[in-house]
Every structure is written in structure tokens, then in C-alpha cells.
Unconditional design. Sequence first.
Length: 121
Amino acid sequence: MPAEVKKEIQLEIAHVLFIDVVGYSKLSINDQHAAVDELNQFVRASEQFQGSEGANRLFKIPTGDGMALVFYTSPESPAQCAIEISRALKEHPRIQLRMCVHSGPVSGVTDVNQRANVAGT
């Protein structure tokens, strides 16, 4: 790798909460939109989401049937966010989620749409 490229890569430890709607592709288009809209509302209502976003320590990546929330705080942040979302969704059992947390080094990249994104292990 050329030296000038190595200088541009800035790694930072991030803690990522991956969320997707179970059975999304089996839903009608209207139900897909409704599920993602409802998921977005529950996620945005999470205290952990709001606190990290307010501190500018959260990067949000939509994935179509869910999202990746990249927390630049502690490993507990995405886990706590997942717990808060799970508790809120207990009253809405029609939406089932798959969630997982991963921590590791990431670096900022620009995607094909010229939008900020992250890449890492």
C-alpha cells in the first residue's frame, strides 16, 4: 500500500448495533414501508440513540430492511440501545427484529453515492 494512502486511513474503535426486520422480503411493499417506518420511530425514541446522537457520537447507516448504528462511545451503548428497542417492541409483536453487536476498528469512507460511510472488520 502506498505511503500516501496509509496516512489517510484513520482507524477508530466503534461499537455497531446491526438491526434488521425478520421476514422483511415476505412482506408486501406497504407492510415493508410500515415496518421500517415503525422501526425508525422506536430506534429514534431510544434514550441511548438520542444521547449518542446529541453528543455527535453516533453514525447511522440505513440498510433497506434495517440499519447499522455505529456508536463511538462504549461497548455498552449498542447493547443498551438494543435492550431499549426490544422493550419498546414488546407491545408491537408484529415486528420481529434480529439484532447483533460487534466492536472493532473502522475508518471513514465515501460510498458510491458520495455519502459518508464506514468500513472495517
